[in-house]
Every structure is written in structure tokens, then in C-alpha cells.
Write a protein that binds this ligand. Structure first.
Ligand SMILES: C[S@@+](CC[C@H](N)C(=O)[O-])C[C@H]1O[C@@H](n2cnc3c(N)ncnc32)[C@H](O)[C@@H]1O
Length: 235
């Protein structure tokens, strides 16, 4: 396991309960937007990648047979509510612990920015591995739903060229690095993995606060040059 993945895991092991509290108290728009974006679209057997402690707050499971939530943070899963239809398994998005063609839908909400690795190359490889694995476990025609903040090309260039420096600074503070992908990168990698019918929908709530930092200080996502987007694609 790379250094940054280990730090991400340890961060969520330590902080998931506190983060969940911030989410409910200060990121109400975020919760509502995710719910609105995906809940009527899910069906059958659903895999929720990076479910953390709170994925179950986001959508009703009326049309869903069951939800398998996975996460690298075992301690987050241990604190997740044990509610009807939800089952939790600790594993990584880069190596899913399932046979192929098992799921009707795969959901990734607010997870991709945590795929930062110890280098830019590793970060891109992590994203690729996640999509290869997602496609493998989806049934033929199954759907992936990604709700995520994506950056524009300018921020992407800045993030890429400053990656090494950014990594070193974050390391000093013993925090995990995050990396925002641009939607061009996502589209490119989804297409490369063979996903079809890729559709992007802007989730237009301009006051969404994504991270504990901006939620705590009341700064909306748009101040950081990010757009909150739903991506849908078929296997
Ligand atoms: C910001 S939280 C989002 C939780 C939930 N999906 C939501 O929207 O509230 C990100 C979650 O992704 C998990 N995560 C990060 N990298 C992961 C990976 N490689 N595999 C599985 N889970 C991962 C973290 O442990 C954390 O629980």
C-alpha cells in the first residue's frame, strides 16, 4: 500500500465520525444534492465504493435489492449504521473483492478525489484500476454513477505541475493528499475502459460545500474552481 493510500485510510479511520457530523450539520445541500442526483436511478444489486460511514443517508433503497458498501477504512464501516439491505465489506476500489458481473449499479460519491497516490502517475493508475474493476464487477449493460467535484483544465494543469511540491507540503502536516480530476480525464479513462453512453450533468447548487475545510469556513465549492457533477455510463 502506498504512503498516501495508507494516510487516507488512517485519516478516515480516525475522523469518519467527526466528518459525518459536519456533513449532517453543515453540508446539508451536499447530502440533498447527492440524494437528488442518484436515488431514483438505482436498481437491483448496488455496489457503493467508498461508502464510508454515511452512504446510507443519501438514497432510499426502494427499488434496490441490496447495497454492498465497500471502503478501505474498516473503522468507518464498523461505525456505519446497520440498516436493512446494507452490507459492508472492507476492500480497496483498486482491487474489488468480488467475482465479475455481479452488480446492476456501481456508485461512487465524493470518493475520486481521495485516489491521490504518491505520484501523479500513481494517481492516474489508481483511477484506471478503479474503473477497470468497476467494469469487471458490473453486469452487461449495468450502470456506474459518479457524483464528484471536477476541476477545469487550468486547475488540472496547476495540480499536475505542482504535484511533487504539494505532496511534500502535505506530508509535513501528516495529512493525506487529495487530487481533483478534470471531467476530460474522467471521460477519457471511462472511454478507454470501454464504458458507453457517458453523460455529464452539472448539479447546479452553487452553494455546495464539499470538504470539512470549506464547510467549516462556509466557503462554497465554486470558489475553488470546481464543479459538482453527476457522471453516468454503461458497461
Ligand atoms: C469523503 S468520503 C465519502 C463517503 C461517502 N461516499 C459519502 O459520499 O459520504 C470518502 C470515502 O472514500 C474512502 N476511500 C478512499 N480511497 C478509497 C479506496 N481506494 N478504496 C475504497 N474506499 C476509499 C474513504 O475511506 C472514505 O470513507
Amino acid at each position: 500500500m502506498g504512503d498516501n493510500i495508507r494516510k487516507t485510510k488512517e485519516y478516515f479511520d480516525r475522523k469518519s465520525e467527526k466528518l459525518e457530523k459536519i456533513k449532517i450539520e453543515k453540508q446539508n445541500n451536499l447530502v440533498k444534492t447527492v440524494k437528488w442526483a442518484i436515488e431514483n436511478k438505482l436498481y437491483g444489486v448496488v455496489l457503493d465504493i467508498g461508502i464510508g460511514i454515511g452512504g446510507s443517508f443519501y438514497y432510499s433503497t426502494e427499488n434496490v435489492k441490496k447495497v454492498i458498501g465497500i471502503d478501505i477504512s474498516y473503522l468507518s464501516l464498523a461505525k456505519a449504521k446497520k440498516i436493512d439491505k446494507f452490507y459492508y465489506i472492507a476492500c480497496s476500489a483498486y482491487q474489488l473483492a468480488f467475482n465479475e458481473s455481479l452488480f446492476d449499479c456501481v456508485v461512487l460519491t465524493n470518493v475520486l478525489h481521495h485516489f491521490a497516490g504518491d505520484s501523479l502517475e500513481e494517481t492516474k493508475e489508481n483511477l484506471l484500476n478503479c474503473f477497470v474493476e468497476t467494469k469487471r464487477v458490473l453486469k452487461e449493460g449495468g450502470k456506474v454513477f459518479i457524483v464528484e467535484a471536477f476541476c477545469n483544465r487550468l486547475i488540472e494543469k496547476m495540480e499536475s505541475s505542482l504535484y511533487k511540491i504539494y505532496f511534500k507540503i502535505v506530508k509535513i502536516f501528516n495529512k493525506p493528499l487529495i487530487y481533483y480530476f478534470s471531467f476530460y480525464q474522467i471521460k477519457e479513462i471511462l472511454s478507454y475502459c470501454g464504458f458507453k453512453n457517458i453523460v455529464f450533468t452539472h448539479l447546479k447548487d452553487k452553494n455546495i460545500k464539499l470538504c470539512p475545510f470549506d464547510a467549516t469556513f462556509g466557503l462554497p465549492l465554486r470558489y475553488f474552481g470546481l464543479n459538482y457533477i453527476l457522471v453516468e455510463a454503461n458497461k
